[in-house]
Design a binder for this molecule. Structure first.
Ligand code: ADP
Length: 980
């Protein structure tokens, strides 16, 4: 180098240059004699001939150019060339060598390729008008090149891009320079295409290379959209992406998505029968897409896959074109689970049957369930916001407020009960429970409400009824107990009321320990013990109520007993125990009273007996003298007395008759009282009887100057069964009264047949007078015992006041009821009805007094009478009848007489020495059929019964009514019924 005059400094500069530098001889073959590393590395090392010719350079063509281009190994390099102007220099200097590409210019080859490529539009223009277009405008934009010649580029640019393109143009046009931008160009079909522009401006022209980047732009847009979807999806979820081609029904996932969903990255859904999970996905995917329809530009849906394990996915997507869709997927199983759990819990709380709510410590409501709303009576669906809304409902709002603020917000469970009237006006008692609960540093107060109104009422009722029962058990006289006999046979008291103490003589302390039944038994009087035990055992065995009266020792020290009445009812329990519910009561006083009562009863019975005996005795005693008086009067009247004697005798007769009636009344009354009067049922001729009664009273009627009339209906000539004596007594009594209390008036007796069937006749009886009448106030009284309107044995009327009482009683025994209608001074009407059986026997009378009046009976009688006065009076009467008789003084004599003599009839006194009338008759009847008539003053029932037993044929009471006796004699002798 030295020899060529190149100094070392110059060499150093060349060597250190980063650009290629080399030196070549200026003479043929123009050898490259020096070059720096940059040249050697890029060109020199691969150069076969290190000459300019080897580089393919025709140096002469560049003699006057400072810059030249070298081609080597397919690459082009530009160099600056320094020619050797100095004579001494004999080389060329090539410097600033660099590969042409670094300037951004294409290689020739590339340029060739570039130009031949018909995909890119190449256009040349001036100002803004196009003067040349290559054939690519047709495939890219759909225009023939000629169509666009001389048209303004602006016409083709999307309005949104126009302004920016215009500003580039304004800046660059007419100068040298480049511009690179993207703009949307309207194609012939109207669709805009994204074109990547590279424009070279020269002072005269512009050269455009336009590349269709629509696909790339769309792709980018899609990516942006998907990125957007991701941005809008929940940040916590890890999301993957998917693409779906509807026309081929295929879906592809990216790695994340495929991992999430657990399926392959590429799935052919049309042919998804690869696995169950793919099938499940394909089905659900299909369903979702059917729902989305083909029009939605963006959409989202959820899919839950259950096949492998329940997973829940969210899909968000956009429609790319008619067949392509893309989007993102993320799994939200956890969120869904959590949401479901929250929903479930919320629903459970809202629908919980217990009224409950949660509030913040300041009283704001967090949640209140339906039952709370209902409880407080708000309309359904009401949204409670603050506890203060409830305050007004409480009976004591201040208390509630206090409670909420203080105790209500304790972390310990607090209870509180209060009354309120809800908005519906319902009165409630609530039990409120509250507890402060901290959740993530936030305090909540949980409140539950319990409607305890019913419970409170029930408790109150229970308490009241328990108090009531307690009071009852304590207040009842005596004591209540419950006794249990268990399956093992043990008997003990399970309950004893306080009252037991006083019954058994125990103090309250002793009662508490008083359990063992043997303690009670030991107190029972030994005499009563067997009865107590036997009755208890019987009650247990038969499960029947137990009742027992027994004595119990009330004082341990002294042998003092009290009478106790025990009663209990057993009940068999399910467990086999027998329980008695019973009471014990002290009946000592009652017992004492009973004893006194019994004593009094016995005394009364005795007194009654005495009375009865007295009445019987007195009547007997009275009858004997009366008998004498009556008999004597009768005899005297038969002996043609003077008129004045006759009047006196009649007065005596009247008085005696009255006395006899009174005594008879008394005896009847006593009999009825004693319940010993029986009603006979014997056949009698009804009409005859009525006639007899009236006949018997005709004298009385005449005497009282009254007109006595009988009004009897047809068809009563009947044989009836009944007690003719009592019927006569009733009618006699009523008619006698009517005659007695009527002066110169009418007494009408009506006997009417009311009803008649084959075997029964119902007859109406009426006794009507025109007498003094009976005042209203006395009309009931007169039927009472011994009652008279004027309670005197008045001389005017006489009587005992027993007649109507007896009448009523007799009628009721015969099945009738006496009734009365009366008016003072106008008269009275007594009436009643009786039913009689019609008698089957219809005896044809063989003998009547009327039929044989001219043939008086000739009879021989035997009179057994110890009393001489009676015998005398009776004898006189018998003689008057024209009969003969013999008298004996006692029964024995009568029997003896009958053994040897014939008599037609025996008149037998009852009370006689040696042998009384009963025994005598019994003896007589043993050998004779002679009729025996008893004559007795004693109308006592026993006597009557014995008379029947001994076979007497008849009975006539003393004092003897002569007519009655005659009638009876005729009856027994002839066997016929005689009228008096
Ligand atoms: P007495 O034996 O006194 O007649 P009664 O029982 O037969 O008893 O009658 C009671 C009273 O009823 C009589 O005293 C009389 O005052 C009144 N009495 C009964 N019948 C009549 C009547 N037909 N007319 C008016 N008063 C009568």
């Amino acid at each position: 180098m030295q020899e060529r005059g190149i100094n070392s400094t110059f060499k150093k500069i060349i060597y250190e240059s980063s650009e290629m530098v080399f030196l070549a001889d200026d003479t043929f073959p123009y050898s490259i004699f020096y070059a720096n590393d940059a040249f050697e590395n890029q060109i020199g090392e691969s150069l076969q001939e290190k000459t300019l010719a080897g580089l393919g350079l025709d140096i002469n063509a560049y003699i006057f150019k400072e810059e030249l281009i070298l081609s080597h190994d397919g690459k082009e390099y530009s160099f600056r060339l320094e020619l050797p102007y100095e004579s001494s220099a004999n080389y060329f200097l090539f410097y600033k060598g660099k590969e042409v590409k670094t300037l951004g210019l294409p290689t020739k080859k590339e340029a060739q390729q570039f130009f031949t490529s018909f995909q890119d539009i190449i256009a040349i223009g001036q100002h803004e008008y196009l003067t040349y277009l290559n054939g690519s405008v047709l495939p890219v934009l759909g225009y023939q090149p000629e169509e666009l010649l001389n048209s303004s580029l602006c016409n083709l640019i999307h309005e949104k891009d126009l302004e920016s393109v215009k500003s580039i143009w304004r800046e660059k046009v007419g100068n040298d320079g480049n511009a690179f931008f993207e703009a949307r160009i309207r194609s012939k079909s109207g669709e805009f295409k994204f074109i990547d522009f590279s424009v070279q401006f020269t002072p005269e022209r512009f050269f455009i290379i336009g590349k269709d980047v629509s696909e790339k732009a769309k792709q980018k847009q899609l990516e942006n959209q998907i990125e957007n979807l991701k941005v809008n999806s929940p940040s916590s979820a890890k999301s993957g992406s998917w693409k779906f081609n509807k026309s081929i029904n295929s879906i592809s996932f990216d790695a994340v998505a495929s991992n999430l969903i657990g399926l392959a990255q590429q799935i052919d859904l049309a042919n998804a029968i690869q696995s169950k999970s793919v099938q499940e996905f394909a089905d659900k995917w299909g369903d979702c897409f059917v729902k989305i329809g083909s029009e939605s530009a963006s959409f989202e849906f959820e899919i839950e896959l259950l096949e492998s394990s329940t997973k829940h996915f969210q899909f968000k997507g956009i429609k790319v074109n008619d067949s392509e869709f893309a989007g993102i997927i993320w799994e939200d199983s956890e969120i869904i689970d959590r949401n479901r759990k929250i929903n479930r819990l919320e629903k459970l709380l809202l629908e919980s049957p217990d009224p409950s709510m949660v509030v913040f410590p300041d009283g704001k409501v967090y949640i209140a369930n339906h039952e709370v709303v209902k409880l407080f009576g708000f309309e359904e669906g009401r949204n409670l916001k603050h506890l203060s809304e409830l305050g007004g409902l409480f009976d004591n709002p201040d208390l509630w407020q206090d409670w909420i603020q203080n105790e209500g917000s304790e972390s310990e469970l607090q209870r509180f009960s209060t009354n309120l009237i809800n908005t519906q006006g319902r009165q409630l008692t609530l039990e409120i429970c509250s507890k402060l609960i901290e959740v993530e540093e936030q305090g909540f107060i949980s409140l539950t409400f319990r409607n305890i109104s019913e419970k409170v009422i029930l408790e109150k009722n229970l308490e009241e009824s328990s108090d009531f029962l307690m009071n009852l058990t304590e207040q009842v006289p005596g004591g209540l107990y419950q006794m249990v006999l268990d399956a093992e046979g043990k008997m003990k008291f399970s309950f004893l009321s306080k009252g037991i103490g006083s019954v058994l003589g125990l103090n309250p302390e002793e009662i508490k320990d008083f359990e063992d039944i043997s303690m009670a038994i030991s107190r029972v009087h030994p005499m009563d013990l067997p009865q107590v035990i036997m009755s208890s055992v019987a009650s247990a065995k038969k499960q029947e109520p137990w009742q027992c009266q027994f004595r119990v020792k009330t004082d341990d020290s002294q042998n003092q007993y009290r009478w106790i009445l025990g009663a209990a009812r057993p009940q068999l329990l399910e467990n086999g125990d027998m329980v008695w519910y019973g009471y014990l009561t002290d009946i000592s006083d009652q017992k004492e009273f009973e004893a006194k009562l019994e004593e009094a009863r016995l005394t009364a019975v005795k007194a009654s007996q005495i009375k009865s005996d007295f009445l019987s005795m007195i009547s007997h005693e009275l009858r004997t003298p009366l008998n004498a008086i009556s008999g004597s009067t009768y005899s005297l009247l038969q002996e043609q007395p003077s008129d004045s004697q006759k009047t006196a005798l009649n007065t005596i007769n009247f008085a005696v008759d009255n006395l006899i009636i009174m005594i008879n009344d008394l005896l009847d009354f006593q009999k009825i009282e004693a319940g010993k009067l029986t009603i006979e049922k014997a056949s009698f001729n009804f009409e005859n009887l009525i006639q007899q009664i009236l006949n018997g009273l005709s004298f009385h009627a005449k005497e009282s100057k009254n007109n006595l009339q009988l009004n009897i209906s047809e068809g009563l000539n009947l044989w009836l069964k009944g007690d003719k004596t009592r019927l006569s007594q009733i009618l006699n009594n009523l008619i006698t009264n009517a005659l007695k209390f009527t002066k110169e008036g009418d007494v009408t007796v009506s006997v009417l047949l009311k009803e008649m069937s084959t075997n029964k006749a119902r007859i109406y009886f009426e006794v009507k007078d025109t007498g003094i009448g009976i005042a209203k106030e006395n009309q009931e009284k007169i039927f009472n015992d011994f009652d008279q309107v004027k309670p005197t044995f008045s001389s005017k009327y006489g009587g005992t006041g027993l007649g109507l009482s007896i009448t009523r009683k007799l009628l009721s025994l015969m099945g009738g009821t006496i009734q009365l209608e009366s008016e003072v001074d106008k008269g009275s009407r007594f009436y009643f009805e009786l039913e009689f059986e019609i008698s089957d026997e219809n005896p044809v009378p063989t003998f009547t007094v009327k039929e044989k009046p001219s043939a008086p009976l000739q009879l021989r009688l035997l009179m057994a009478e110890d009393n001489d006065v009676n015998a005398l009076v009776l004898g006189k009467i018998i003689k008057k009848w024209g009969f003969t008789f013999e008298r004996v003084h006692n029964g024995q004599e009568a029997v003896d007489m009958l053994k040897t003599n014939e008599y037609d009839c025996v008149l037998m006194d009852i009370q006689m020495p040696v042998m009384d009338g009963f025994d005598a008759t019994l003896a007589i009847k043993s050998f004779s059929s002679v009729p025996v008539i008893a004559l007795t003053a004693a109308a006592k029932l026993e006597i009557m019964e014995r008379i029947d037993e001994c076979g007497f044929d008849g009975f006539v009471a003393k004092p003897i009514d002569a007519a009655e006796l005659l009638k009876k004699i005729k009856e027994v002798v002839t066997g016929e019924n005689y009228s008096a």
